[in-house]
Design a protein around this ligand. Sequence first.
Ligand code: GLN
Length: 564
Amino acid sequence: MQTKYLFVTGGVTSSLGKGIFSASLGRLLAARGLDVSIQKFDPYINVDPGTMNPYEHGEVYVTNDGAETDLDLGHYERFLDQPTSQANNVTTGRVYMEVITKEREGAYLGKTVQVVPHIIDEIKHWMLKLGETGNYDVVITEIGGTVGDIEAQPYLEAIRQLRNDLGPHNTMISHLTLIPYLRAAGELKTKPTQHSVKEMLAHGLQPDSIVCRSEMPIDADVRRKISLFCNVEEEAVIEMLDAETIYEVPLLLKDEGMGEFVVDRFYPESGQDDTCRNDPELDDWIEFLKKLKNPEETIPIALVGKYVEHQDAYKSISESFILAGVPDEVQVDVKHVLSEDLAEGNVEAELGDVAGILVAPGFGDRGVQGKVLAAKYARENDVPFFGICLGLQCAIIEFARNVCGWEGAHSTEFDEETAYPVIDLMEEQKEISDKGGTMRLGQYDCEIQEGSRAHEIYADTMVQERHRHRYEVNNLLRYKLLEEGMRFTGVNPDTDLVEIMELPEKRWFLGVQFHPEYKTTVGHPHPLFRSFVRACRTYAHEKDLVETPQPPEREAVPLASADM
Ligand code: GLN
């Protein structure tokens, strides 16, 4: 069957939530039995976001195949419960790199290499790539940035050409736009949307649906106006209100008839498989949402990191907390602790009233001392502790210094001269000077020791987890850590590198060299996060740290689909 391509563009302003819209629409179509994949095209020159810092770009999300990608791919995976890959995230930098590499190889010999056709053809090639696997009925393609940006132009041209190449009913454009509410006038304004649709038309693109981000419900008059001036049917004007949680958006879109609209567009004639015309199967999702919105109790957990002021820097970790709590009806109140502010003098004040401590991943030495201190506080006070990547490394540094008595023990990332390099560069990393895409990236095996806490949590002896780091636990110095009671309960079977560390004497003290947060989905919250949150809950009860569930930060949106 011909794969259908749905393009998501954005107008008026950035940060409208194209990623959440794409993920939610994907979920909605999947709930109608369609096989869906979602991809994102980012119009910047970086080949991938791996070299950008989280202030610049938010979290870097890593796929099974080791691609460093945009954090929207995390939303796609969490909503669709399905892994993505490098093919799901392409940047202008990657497109140009491919074209220039081919030019050097002589692939265009004799020709002038130009934006049209070569760059546009390369973009089209990537846009069709996932569809051509034959695995998907619908491929949703999110175009980063905003229509009207200079760098978005080649993507719009590629879409225009593809609409022509693929013929009617095989492509669709949903244009996401802002309908601002002017308080002084007491009105919703459609003019910015009209202008942004004009911009689309200037590129030869007529949107099929206009998705309206708004703080206020869009009434019939406003819908009529948008329909009239943007050349779409009224039913193609889709309201997307601010929601209490992003996980509500698939239901908001369902109530707006978005699923039906897309199916009618793509499959105008009935065929052999009409199941996608049936109501979407969202019972599990609604059940999940009910639990999410009505937690029984709230527990405070500290997230100790260097970028905690940036709300997107640890996106997958925050979402993992939310999703891990839902099955047990627990809400995690994440307390952001800036690692560089932690010192001996304030550690008790900062961490004394939390039910668990998660030390975050990171690069560079700013804040490392604070992370080491947080691990020490957790160990000495037996507070549930979860260290991820640099978090594990800091717990090991701390243990080496304060339990093994190895003064000055460190990672060679921060102190090349340390007498006790308990964390060190892998051999194969020593020769590498390029920074982009050269870490230990993607999925690797982890063999789990029977009888360990990790074994109990995973209920398995071999698992695969995703990596993003250069440094490793130094196997030459492991003996001493072992002697003092640390256990390495997960190792890579091929390289013997440490994957999981535990202190079995403690109530819950575990560090992982990999990133479990990348593998959490709505359908499958990660077992390590679930177990950690449970341990924190038990501890919270013991220490009287349970908080009453907090009201949502944003105004609740009335929801017809689910009575909650
Ligand atoms: N900086 C450390 C390393 O490269 C940890 C990386 C991380 O936390 N993702 O090994």
